[in-house]
Design a protein around this ligand. Structure first.
Ligand SMILES: [Zn+2]
Length: 419
């Protein structure tokens, strides 16, 4: 049972209170309270404000004192795009790519996503869970308190089910909240090489309804891109999900401009992710929609690609912009949201304030959890991350360094770094 806490010593308390979702200029509004304090009862926040006021409350006197000693405190990061469950990293491939091999050459030699799929199918649920648990502890140590996680490395029914059950098991047995997404349409499995429509039929008629009925996912995602699923196939899959109550998310416009961003608007997706190849008309359309544009700069960074998504244009035109790690073994093996913030600032010209909001309140909105998480406000879960810096701009400024000193999830301290 979590204790009641009076948390003080927040030199800057970034509450993120204000409009949800954040668009345009409002994205940079962090609702900062200097010398702030938070009162926590059980798993919820019961008071937020300047220390001088909160300390005087009757409940504050009875609560356990947690003085952070002058740190920047913000809502725990909400990572709305991860591929958490996989059997092994692909560092060998990383070296081959740097040495000049193309993705196609690596895939022909047995590498790429298919190597992960092959291995996952023969890996036990326990081994998958143990590896994911290790990563989750690291997510927590970097300030993340909620994450979305996708299936999609099984691509046969038993293996997709295995991943979704591991995600369910993880959600129940460790502190971070995990929001599951069914991504059976991550790639066309080898068994359906020349018959992708037959695989789409299987997804639409059998797997998606079964996943929804079993309550194993909240969202349904499709990799809609060159070499993956077409817009027409993705539409069938996402609409089948919608009918069963699975909200669409879309891997869109990463490798080629296909029309996937427009599709995400048409099917009222919660999020369109990647978006490196969007055009001006797409940006205008996304800005007028409620689809969050989830940008994944870790992917371009890891692959050494020069063209990051047009964050500045999306924000300036009023789109809902979010950031996520895209944690996966092939293209973005990072679980550090602060590293993503650093990339967002230097490579996509987002301000540090915009990057913080794009990693907290907006992804909470895209996961349909903004009434519970994403800001430090009365009634929300006490999900907090404290950083050993004097001002929030230093969080992305110190790139590749983990300065998260304390993470609290639902009122429980789940990570604490002692000096
Ligand atoms: Zn992805």
């Amino acid at each position: 049972m979590p204790a009641d806490w009076l948390i003080t010593g927040c030199s800057e308390l970034l509450t993120l209170s204000g409009p949800v979702p954040r668009r345009g200029r409002a994205l940079g509004d962090l609702g900062i309270i200097r010398d702030g304090a938070v009162l926590v009862h059980g798993d919820r926040i019961t008071a937020v404000g300047p220390r001088s006021r909160i300390e005087r409350l009757g409940e504050a006197r009875r609560a356990e004192k947690l003085d952070l000693g002058g740190r920047v405190v913000l809502p725990g990061f909400v990572d709305s795009h991860t591929h958490l469950v996989f059997p092994e990293c692909r560092a060998g491939e990383y070296e081959q790519r740097i040495s000049g091999k193309t993705y196609e050459q690596i895939a022909r030699a047995g590498g790429g996503i298919r190597s992960t799929v092959k291995l996952l199918r023969s890996t036990s649920p326990k081994a998958l869970k143990d590896r994911a648990m290790y990563y989750l502890r690291e997510f927590a140590a970097h300030g993340t308190t909620t994450l979305e996680a996708k299936s999609g490395y099984g691509l046969d029914w038993e293996s997709e089910l295995k991943i979704l059950r591991v995600l369910h098991d993880l959600h129940e047995n460790q502190p971070l909240d995990i929001v599951p997404t069914f991504l059976g349409a991550h790639a066309v499995p080898p068994e359906f090489d020349r018959r992708p429509d037959a695989y789409v039929d299987l997804l639409v008629k059998h797997w998606i309804p079964a996943v929804a009925t079993a309550g194993l996912a909240e969202f349904c995602d499709v990799y809609c891109d060159r070499g993956a699923f077409t817009v027409a196939q993705a539409r069938r899959i996402l609409m089948a999900g919608r009918v069963c109550g699975l909200v669409p998310r879309v891997h869109a416009e990463q490798l080629a401009h296909t029309g996937a961003a427009r599709l995400s608007i048409e099917v009222q997706a919660a999020s369109a992710d990647h978006l490196e190849k969007v055009d001006r008309a797409d940006i205008r359309a996304l800005a007028l929609s409620n689809v969050m544009c989830t940008l994944l700069p870790g992917c371009c960074f890891h692959l050494g690609l020069p063209h990051f998504a047009p964050a500045r244009k999306l924000i300036d035109q009023g789109a809902i912009v979010g950031l996520a790690t895209d944690f996966n073994p092939g293209t973005s093996p990072t679980l550090s949201m602060t590293m993503i913030l650093s990339l967002a600032c230097t490579q996509m010209r987002m301000t540090p304030a915009e990057a913080v909001a794009a990693a907290t309140i907006n992804p909470a909105y895209s996961l349909r959890q903004h009434d519970r998480i994403g800001s430090v406000e009365v009634g929300k879960y006490a999900d907090l991350a404290a950083f050993d810096v004097a001002a929030y701009q230093e969080i992305p400024y110190y790139f590749g360094v983990n300065l998260c000193t304390l993470t609290m999830k639902r009122g429980v301290v789940i990570h604490s770094k002692k000096y």
